[in-house]
Write a protein that binds this ligand. Structure first.
Ligand code: SAH
Ligand code: SF4
Ligand code: F3S
Length: 478
């Protein structure tokens, strides 16, 4: 049984209201249980980033508190919730495709509740499309009011089949004290801030997640302390740009300052964070990471492109020279650090010269890994109306060029570690071979080693016997 826990560091008015709604929802679920002759099952499907993954844990926490059981099967579920992402168009299309299938399930099972939330729902055109083409959906809400989920679910139960839609344009409320069902017992994401102020010209996140808001450090520390008491040994601090953490607090605090506080928490053995914007990464942060035993030697530092012209058009606010200089400083302070990145290929106006600049930068940095994305046009962003949108063929050609270099770099970087002994946090039993478990190294690479489920959640020294491209085979060192 995975833990459902309450973050009870703040007993706000809104929290109390929502806890009342959880009781009311429990009554609805009890009625449904009696009708079905068993507990109803909820299937929560998450698209997109770590932020959404964390939000889904909160949504599932509320459902389980009210009496739902968790299931992975949409077909067997009595409630299906899609927590959506709109960062690229293919994420949107996947949701529409799956909704088509759900329509059939709902015909056979009229009591099935279909719930949509997350970033896509903050786009007016998506909500319009759902109203007109997917009218069987029961509940739609956005990113700013997920704390109201219990209340909205009650409305869905009490609406006689009418679709409930509640989308907020913005919020300054942070309501965090509701039940959470964590996916893993030993590690957890922790929101340290919400929203984004950077407005990179290709990106929809600032429009769907709103302006940047930091959580108070004492709330974050309290939540992590509670997690540690419940057996969590690794935390991932989450924000769209963690390097600007704290600037809008009543008592401003730097991200490095926050990290130093998190380090002091007993029981926490590994600290990760995501994402770092290169324009705001400070010397203080580099020093703090270098001096720490707990902060993992892994930095995800999205560069997007190696072309100065395109960096400007993307509104990234740094140059390739600034970025390379930053990487030098980081590697000097922490020679063993793994650096990963995000790359967008096919931004409007991208030429082969720009692609060469990107390839040159990748080779300079020698990334340990990179997520490569084809540029996806997002309505309402400045880049969507820029001239020079690429044809799908050119987009693909640019993408393929870069991907092969990324893979070559990642293989070379991983191979360097062969023969080393590193600490691995054992995360799961291998899906394909039950005699193996999978562990994550501090640098975020995976290792498969002989073992069993009793090792999950422990940190063990592992000899990296053989490199298989992007992962290792290894053995515990006795
Ligand atoms: N806040 C983080 C990342 C947020 S989105 C940051 O600034 O790094 C994750 C990644 O999706 C981005 O780094 C970018 O590479 C990619 N992305 C965002 N918008 C995109 C778009 N319109 N098309 C393709 N990729 C995009
Ligand atoms: Fe998007 Fe840029 Fe904000 Fe990241 S920093 S979420 S890429 S606008
Ligand atoms: Fe997607 Fe929203 Fe995250 S758009 S990447 S789920 S912030």
């Amino acid at each position: 049984m995975k833990p459902t826990e309450y973050n009870s560091h703040n007993d706000g008015e809104e929290t109390r209201r929502q806890l009342m709604y959880i009781d009311r929802l429990t009554d609805h679920v009890t009625t449904l249980t009696n009708e079905l002759g068993r507990s109803p099952r909820a299937c929560v499907v998450t698209f997109g980033c770590q932020m959404n993954a964390r939000d889904s844990e909160k949504l599932l926490g509320i459902l389980i508190s009210a009496g739902y059981e968790e299931t992975d099967s949409e077909q067997e579920a009595d409630l299906v919730l899609y927590n959506t992402c709109s960062v690229r168009d293919n994420a949107n299309q996947r949701v529409y495709g799956r909704l088509g299938t759900l329509k059939g399930y709902k015909k056979d099972k009229p009591h099935l509740k279909v719930v949509l939330c997350g970033c896509m729902m903050q786009e007016e055109t998506c909500v319009e499309k759902i109203r007109t083409s997917y009218s069987f959906v029961d509940l739609v809400f956005g990113t700013h009011n997920i704390f109201k989920f219990a209340e909205l679910m009650c409305s869905a139960f009490e609406s006689s089949g009418r679709m409930i839609v509640d989308i907020w344009e913005e919020t300054d409320q942070i309501v965090e004290e509701l039940p959470v069902r964590r996916k893993y017992g030993y590690k957890s994401g922790v929101n340290i801030m919400f929203g984004c102020n950077n407005f990179c010209t290709y990106c929809i996140v600032p429009y769907v997640r709103g302006r940047e808001r930091s959580r108070a450090p004492e709330e974050i520390i309290c939540e992590i302390g509670q997690l540690a008491k419940n057996g969590v040994i690794e935390v991932m601090l989450l924000g769209q740009n963690v390097n600007s953490y704290g600037t809008n607090l009543d008592h401003p605090m730097t991200f490095a300052g926050l990290l130093k506080e998190v380090e002091k928490i007993d029981g926490i053995r590994r600290i990760r964070f995501m994402t770092s914007h290169p324009k705001d990464l400070s010397d203080e942060l580099i020093e703090t990471c270098a001096a720490s035993d707990k902060i993992c030697r892994h930095l995800h530092l999205p560069v997007q492109t190696g072309s100065n012209r395109l960096l400007k058009a993307m509104n990234r606010n740094y140059t390739r020279e600034h970025y390379l200089n930053l990487v030098d400083k980081i590697r000097t302070a922490m020679p063993d650090i793994s650096i990963t990145t995000d790359l967008i290929m096919g931004f409007p106006g991208e030429t082969m010269e720009d692609v060469d600049d990107t390839i040159d930068l990748i080779r300079h940095v020698q990334y340990d890994n990179a997520y490569t994305f084809e540029y996806s046009k997002r309505t309402g962003t400045p880049a969507a109306s820029m001239e020079g949108q690429l044809s799908p063929e050119d987009m693909q050609a640019h993408f393929d060029e870069v991907l092969s270099v990324v893979q070559e770099c990642a293989r070379t970087s991983a191979a360097r570690h062969t023969g080393e002994v590193q600490e691995a946090l054992i995360e799961s039993v291998n899906d394909h071979d039950e005699s193996l478990v999978t562990g994550r190294l501090g640098n975020n690479l995976l290792v498969h080693l002989p073992g069993d489920a009793s090792m999950i959640g422990t940190i063990l020294p592992v000899k990296l016997r053989e490199c298989k491209g992007f992962y290792f085979l290894g053995d515990v060192v006795k």
